[in-house]
Design a protein around this ligand. Structure first.
Ligand code: 5GP
Ligand code: MG
Length: 181
């Protein structure tokens, strides 16, 4: 099978970086001053973060709670500027330390809206971890406490990232050739 675009990050590169991130996150939440009284709750944003979430949380302490929220802001290759699915999201986050995990930070709209919602639901602390960050199109300033890789502003697929639901299952991350849009 010939794959579209060209390789940006190999499966091994991703695996090594996810291991490092898990180590940094564990060390942060283990520090006595940050000790989560109610434990850590990881909220993964579906579907894009599906593989990243799984690979990451398997390396976090066993007390870690894991939840998923389904939100979407992209149609095809561009951001709609709106986040759908947030109104339905409920749950008891009162007093909890929440780590939001997403595949990629682009305009920042998704993560800023999700942070607002997590806060409304009563979280005590909110931090963000993304595998990828593209800085160019940032419309909302969102602090990502852990970033796997800073990348250029191009459309990427694989390791959970899709193009109209295809290519999520690739083990590596590939950048689509802009000339083929
Ligand atoms: P933001 O709201 O920050 O603009 O976008 C975040 C969401 O848009 C990500 O969670 C992801 O689902 C989608 N997204 C942004 N850039 C890309 C990309 O290059 N490739 C894919 N497949 N999705 C992207
Ligand atoms: Mg997403």
């Amino acid at each position: 099978m010939s794959l579209p675009g060209k390789r940006l990050l190999s499966a091994t590169t991703i695996k090594n970086r996810v291991e490092e991130l898990a180590g940094e996150i564990t060390a942060h939440y283990n520090a006595p001053s940050n000790l989560p009284s109610a434990g850590l709750t990881v909220v993964g944003l579906m579907n894009g973060s599906i593989f990243f979430l799984v690979d990451l949380v398997r390396q976090l302490p066993p007390q870690t709670a894991v939840e998923t929220w389904r939100v979407a802001s992209y149609e095809g290759r561009s951001s709609t500027g709106k986040v759908s699915g947030l109104d339905h999201l409920t749950g008891d986050y009162k007093g909890k330390h929440v780590l939001i995990v997403d595949d990629i930070l682009d305009t920042g709209v998704t993560l800023s809206e999700v942070k607002i919602r997590v806060k409304e639901l009563g979280a005590k602390s909110i931090k963000v971890c993304v595998l990828l960050s593209k800085k160019k199109k940032r419309a909302r300033q969102v602090k990502a406490h852990w970033v796997g890789f800073d990348i250029e502003d191009s459309f990427v697929i694989g390791y959970g990232l899709d193009l109209n639901d295809a290519y999520r299952t690739l083990a590596e991350i590939r950048v689509l050739d802009d000339s083929k849009q």
